[in-house]
Structure formats: C-alpha cells, structure tokens
Design a protein around this ligand. Structure first.
Ligand code: DCM
Ligand code: DCM
Ligand code: DCM
Ligand code: ZN
Ligand code: ZN
Length: 275
C-alpha cells in the first residue's frame, strides 16, 4: 500500500489497542509520532531506499510463484520466500524482536514500525504475487492517466476513493472503517480476520506451530484475490470507466480493515496476553 493505505491501517489499529499494547506503543514508539501508529506506519517505506536499510526491501512482499490467470493461487514459504527474506519471515522476525527485553529501545521501536507496516502490506493482494512483478509491469489507464496495476492498488484507487467519499481525509476514512468493524457491516466477519492471532503461542519454541503460520495464512487470504478479482480487468479500457474500480473498493476497504484489526489483535496478544 501507499502512504494513505498504511496510515489508514495504523489509525484503525490504534482504535482497538488495549491497555498493555497502548502503553508499549506510547513508551517505545519514536516520540516524533506522538504515540500514533497511523503516521508511524509509513516509516518502513521512507527508509527502504536508503543504503542503510536496503536489506529491508524484500520484506515488503512475497513473490508467490502461482498462476493467477489460470485460476491457481497459492503461497508457499519454501517456494516463494527468497533467501533474502520476504514479508512472511519479516513478520516472524519482528514479532520476536518486539518482545525481546534484551534489545534496545530503538531496536524495539523499529520492530514496532516494521510490524505496523508489514501487517499492512500483507493485505495488499499484489504484495503476495510474483506475476508481472506483482503487477508493476502491467500498464493500465486509471482515471485518464497511464499507470501500472500495482500502483493503482497501492495508491490510485485509495486516493480517488478518499477524494470522492472521505473529504480527502485518511482519519475520516479510518474512522468510518472502525465504525463498520465495531457496529456495521464488517462486524460479523471481523472475528474471522484474527482467528490465527496468538503470537505468544506461535513464538513458544516448544509449540509445534511455526511463527510463520499467521503470516502465511494472511498472505494466502490476500493472494486469493489475485485469482478472483485483481487480474480480471478489461485490457485497454480505463479502470474507472469499467466497473473494475467500483468493484475493487469493497475489497480495499476490507483489506485495510483487516490489516488494522489484526495489527491491534497482534499487539494486544503480545502485550496484554489476550486479543
Ligand atoms: N540487517 C537485518 N536484516 C538483514 C541484514 C541486515 O536486519 N537481512 C541489519 C542487522 C544490522 C544491520 O542491518 O543491524 C547491518 O547488518 P550487517 O552489518 O550485518 O550487514
Ligand atoms: N535487524 C533485524 N533482524 C536481525 C538483526 C537486526 O531485522 N536479526 C534489524 C533491527 C533494526 C536494524 O536491523 O531495525 C538495525 O539493527 P541493529 O540495531 O542490530 O544494528
Ligand atoms: N513490489 C512487490 N513485489 C515485487 C517488487 C515490488 O510487491 N516483486 C512492490 C513494492 C512497492 C512497489 O511494488 O510497493 C514498487 O516497488 P519498487 O519501488 O521496489 O519498484
Ligand atoms: Zn506496493
Ligand atoms: Zn511497503
């Protein structure tokens, strides 16, 4: 996701933090973010092209080597997560590091900022896809402009939706999604988004469940949209003039809502012992 998507996810998560997780955020998050996960959610993108953080570039996605155009979607850690790591191993790594009391405050702050970002990116269907470099190499027309399919999902459709329906305000959009989760149309499905969440159990070396289990489940959930929707656009037509954009908005809403709700549940489980 682009900045708007990540900020939306951070603000949604903030609304569902319980006391221990909120205390951790307030104590450990770089004070320039004022205890807010929304603005902190874009930090990982702001550093990834710096030499000192180049290693983190592959952590933003997993290149699923499936065949979405043939209707075959799948994510496999051994097949798809390169030796440099991917979003699956990054989430596992930073989940462990955020709880490690031997690490410095700065290291745990970075772990929090990485988790806040990667639990977001894992809900972007094209961040869980190898085909055409996650859609980066697919040229499309969006709202009269030349763009690529990946960028349209990261940024273009969210920006247009914000402008058309939310006063160009990320916080207004996040608030609307929070209300839909708490008492609206997303309430009944929200528990299923966090069915995997129990990071302390996953991190327990005695447990048989791998720390990759939840990230893999989340990546597969996103990747399924690559078969059901993402690549089913009409070639040569503006994505806004066809029904592609209108059909994508409910998917984007639910994916951003999932990212925020899961991030809160993840931190709540780590720092409050229950989700
Ligand atoms: N680093 C990392 N993940 C990697 C490679 C490096 O987190 N896959 C971090 C660890 C070090 C810093 O980057 O703090 C520089 O590492 P090194 O000096 O070992 O290259
Ligand atoms: N880092 C990491 N995984 C490791 C070691 C380090 O992701 N196994 C990251 C955590 C910090 C960054 O590298 O965000 C810098 O680490 P250090 O403080 O160790 O230089
Ligand atoms: N990206 C991806 N899968 C890849 C390569 C890149 O999902 N195999 C994402 C990361 C960025 C966007 O695509 O969100 C553009 O990447 P870059 O800036 O590295 O070209
Ligand atoms: Zn992207
Ligand atoms: Zn990213």
């Amino acid at each position: 996701w682009g900045n708007d998507g990540h900020e939306t996810i951070g603000y949604i998560a903030q609304a569902f933090l319980t006391s221990g997780a909120l205390s951790f955020v307030q104590e450990y998050l770089d004070s320039s973010y004022d205890g807010q996960l929304g603005p902190a959610a874009i930090w990982a993108d702001s550093v990834k092209y710096e030499k000192a953080y180049e290693w983190s570039q592959p952590y933003h996605f997993v290149d699923a080597m499936d065949s979405p155009l043939s209707g075959s979607c799948s994510v496999e850690e051994t097949r798809d997560c390169g030796s440099d790591g991917c979003i699956l191993t990054a989430i596992a790594n930073y989940t462990k590091r955020i709880t490690e009391t031997s690490l410095s405050k700065t290291q745990r702050d970075e772990a929090l900022k990485f988790l806040t970002h990667f639990l977001g990116d894992v809900t972007q269907p094209l961040h869980c896809e190898n085909y055409e470099v996650g859609g980066n190499d697919i040229d499309v027309t969006f709202n009269g402009d030349s763009d690529n399919l990946h960028s349209v999902w990261d940024t273009g459709m969210i920006e247009l939706n914000l402008k058309a329906n939310y006063d160009n305000s990320v916080t207004e959009y996040a608030d609307a999604l929070v209300t839909r989760i708490k008492s609206g149309d997303l309430k009944s499905q929200a528990p299923s988004w966090i069915s995997c969440v129990n990071p302390t159990e996953k991190l327990d070396s005695r447990a048989t469940i791998s720390p990759l289990e939840c990230p893999i489940e989340w990546a597969r959930d996103s990747n399924a949209y690559d078969c059901s929707y993402v690549f089913r656009y009409t070639k040569g037509s503006d994505l806004v003039k066809t029904s592609y954009y209108t059909g994508a908005i409910p998917i984007i809403d639910v994916q951003l809502a999932k990212g925020g709700y899961r991030l809160a549940a993840w931190l709540n489980t780590l720092f409050d012992g229950s989700s």
